[in-house]
Ligand binder design. Structure first.
Ligand code: GLA
Length: 750
């Protein structure tokens, strides 16, 4: 039984073969947190694990142990998980255990995305009811432990059981105390066009935090942090990971107190947030996932990637091979007509691509980015036969048709703004800030969500549309809703995201066969909340392959590669002006959901031949590229960052592809090898090199190699001969294809 309650020791032990999470009802009724980490025997009691190291606090409860859901007033001066203002203005709380229940399966969260199970046997859930009688407050904490995953899903429901309003100022999804502070905090940080770079910093006394106050999870920080031991590597060492299934303002914080213990909390950002909890009503926090790995960062990635791929992403596209697409954005920008689009689609079809995506510029008067968002009416000057006509013609070529939309936005120059200026987010008495010449629609208003649902479902229902790219190109600057009273304006940012989720929910339900891809000026909302509706996301507007090494590496920490859309684009690259060989651009974009974002009619015959070969290569290994286990081998964030290597391996370990990239070529580099991971040591793999050629590296590696040799000795990635590198130039890439020989029957456990 994965969740055991011992009435004798008053402890809960949530356990599977990988992890244990232990709680205890303390003598005075508060809920204490005893342990989260590697699995402990279920046969023993752990009540004695009370943390004496907390003696530094004047603890009202008389027991020196961290609280499971800390509040002000417990004598613990660290950051709380829950702050609720009561009718008398007090924020002191005293939550006591009232009851609990354990059940099979996992509950869904009201109006919020979450991980799920497909059978009762996949997970068990513990619900603990805590109550503060004086405050008329009830808090239900939920813990789901999955049978075979080193992860716990948590959220809280907060209910007003009294007769006066309560005001929530802070309601975290998870709070976890660790007994020491010998940790490094790992975060995924960046900006537009360089999202989710890896940043690691040691914990110090005081707090380290990341977050977003932009109304979206943001390009700048991602709702994910890990705490790793300084010595932990990709393969070994202790690591905790925390991820929030949420797309709005968030805070992730690690605090080290004077006695060297650490507290991590993750949830909706308390800054600017409040929630008026009327009598009888309830607030639900987003879900947080807390994972533990003693197999380093790679173990953490395995946990998050498989959970998010298999039990967060939903719908028919979750397990289906995703199409190789051609997107016209960088190929044409706003300058296109039907003839041009069909020429692109025809050419892309000849190269083996499967889905044509029409990006921005098909509606209203939109010939640049200053107008028409909100006017989702096809521009007949560009597309005389409408979207349905274009879709039909694209499908007649043997391709599917996909469409870009940006539902949450409104241009000042639009019919929608003339009709409903108050639908734009902003304070009525003040000027609104424009971003990319546009405003944000007030998604906290039901009539706005209804309007968008009606307009979009009409478009999606009328034409044959197989894919939607849902963009969101600016953040909220003046949070305010004309429909909320003064004392509820602090609810706006959360209500905005709830409105976005509602629209996603309704559209994905109404159009279950459409593949949704989320986007926010590239990777500005690449988060688990979006992943629940859109199984893939536009990873970054930066399509330069060298920049993508860092972006995709960082993203892979917490997300499956099936969620990362990656495109080959033209050179000089439109974001950084770099000229990277076509084969290298593909060798990077292969590790994700492949697309092309260029005008294929302008390619030379030689390049067309290369692209046709790339698409063929990718399709032949699509399941390994999109659904394999991703392993990071050589980091672009380490040393001088000149080399990157990673690989993906099928679940049965019979197929794999290794990518090895070198930014600058170096003279006379000397011999070097790359050790692989995740293979079957007993299997024999046929190794082939792409692009094919007869260079010395290809010659040195081509042939049959044992899985053990590939992992213990490795592939040759640089040769002793100083002349070998002469003709390769900068920005080189090689892929090594691994295919287990059928004759190998001896299996070993992974
Ligand atoms: C954003 C997206 C791009 C493209 C443009 C269109 O920047 O990230 O991929 O769709 O909008 O305006």
């Amino acid at each position: 039984m994965p969740i055991v309650w011992s009435a004798e020791s008053q402890t809960f032990h949530l356990r599977n073969d990988r992890i244990s999470y232990i709680l205890r009802v303390l003598e005075h009724g508060a809920l204490g947190q005893l342990y989260f980490g590697g699995a402990l025997s279920e046969a023993r009691s752990y009540a004695h694990l009370l943390r004496r190291e907390f003696v530094g606090f004047s603890n009202r409860l008389g027991e020196p142990v961290p609280l499971e859901y800390p509040t002000p007033g417990s004598g613990d001066y660290r950051v709380p998980a829950l702050v609720v203002e009561q009718a008398d203005g007090s924020r002191v709380l005293d939550l006591r255990y009232a009851s609990h229940r354990v059940f099979s399966g996992k509950p869904a969260l009201t109006n919020l995305p979450s991980t799920y199970v497909e059978g009762y046997g996949e997970a068990d859930t513990l619900e603990i009811l805590l109550a503060d009688v004086a405050a008329d407050l009830e808090v239900r904490l939920y813990y789901t432990i999955f049978n075979d995953r080193p992860a716990i899903a948590r959220h809280a429901r907060i209910r007003n059981v009294g007769h006066s309003r309560l005001t929530i100022h802070c309601a975290m999804s998870v709070s976890l105390d660790l007994p020491d502070s010998d940790w490094e905090m790992l975060q995924l940080s960046g900006a537009w066009a360089r999202e989710r770079h890896l940043v690691v910093r040691p914990l110090q006394p005081g707090s380290a935090s990341i977050g977003s106050l932009r109304g979206a999870s943001s390009h700048h920080q991602n709702p994910f942090v890990a705490l790793k031991r300084p010595s932990a590597t990709e393969e070994a060492g202790e690591v905790y990971g925390f991820s929030l299934v949420y797309s709005g303002n968030f805070l992730a914080e690690a605090e080290v107190e004077p006695f060297g213990t650490s507290r991590v909390r993750l949830g909706i950002h308390p800054e600017g947030f409040l929630w008026a909890l009327e009598p009888g009503s309830e607030f639900v926090t987003p879900e947080a996932i807390a994972a533990y790995s003693d197999a380093g960062l790679g173990g953490l990635t395995d946990a998050f990637a498989s959970l998010f791929r298999d039990r967060l992403a939903r719908g028919v596209w979750r397990n289906q091979p995703r199409p190789v697409l051609i997107n016209n954005w960088e190929g044409t920008y706003f300058d296109f007509d039907e003839e041009k689009l069909l020429a692109i689609a025809t050419s892309a079809k000849e190269l083996g691509m499967e889905l044509f995506v029409l990006d921005d510029g098909w509606f209203g008067q939109r010939d640049d980015d200053t107008t028409s968002l909100g006017d989702w009416v096809v521009n007949r000057a560009k597309l005389p036969d409408g979207l349905d006509g274009l879709a039909r013609k694209v499908e007649a070529l043997g391709m599917r048709f996909g469409l870009w939309i940006e539902p949450e936005m409104i241009s000042r120059r639009s019919q929608l703004f003339s009709d409903h200026a108050d639908w734009a987010v902003g304070v009525p008495s003040r000027a609104r800030t424009e971003g990319r010449s546009q405003y944000v629609l007030d998604m906290s208003r039901h009539e706005v969500v209804d309007h968008l649902y009606n307009v979009l479902s009409e478009i999606l229902g009328r034409s044959s549309i197989s894919y939607v790219k849902w963009d969101m190109n600016r953040n909220i600057t003046e949070p305010f809703s004309a429909s909320l009273p003064a004392d509820r304006q602090g609810e706006f940012m959360h209500r905005y995201i709830l409105g976005v989720y509602e629209l996603y929910e309704r559209l994905t339900r109404a159009f279950p066969n459409i593949l949704f891809e989320s986007c926010a000026g590239g990777g500005g909302r690449f988060d688990p909340g979006m992943l629940a509706y859109a199984p893939q996301a536009w990873t970054s507007d930066d399509t330069d392959a060298i920049e993508r090494l860092k972006i995709q590496w960082g993203t892979s920490l917490a997300y499956p590669i099936s969620s990362m859309a990656a495109h080959v684009s033209a050179v000089p690259n439109h974001q950084v002006g770099r000229i990277v060989p076509l084969q290298t651009r593909a060798a990077v974009a292969f590790f994700g959901v492949l697309g092309y974002e260029l005008d294929p009619t302008t390619l030379t015959d030689d390049d067309r031949a290369l692209v046709a070969d790339q698409v063929k290569y990718y399709k032949a290994r699509r399941e390994v590229f999109q659904g394999g286990r991703f392993l990071r081998l050589r980091s672009p964030f380490e040393g001088d960052g000149n080399e990157t290597a990673w690989m993906t391996v099928s679940a049965d370990r019979k197929r794999g592809v290794v990518g090895h990239y070198r930014v600058l070529n170096r003279p006379h580099p000397g011999p070097a090898r790359l050790k692989l991971r995740g293979l079957d040591p007993a299997a024999s793999y046929r190794v082939s090199v792409w692009p094919a050629g007869d260079d010395p590296i290809a010659t040195a590696n081509t042939g049959v190699r044992g899985g053990d040799e590939l992992m213990k000795v490795g592939l040759v990635v640089s040769s002793e001969d100083p002349w070998d590198s002469r003709d390769r130039g900068d920005f080189g890439a090689r892929l090594f294809d691994l295919e287990a020989e059928e004759t190998s029957r001896r299996r070993t456990r992974p």
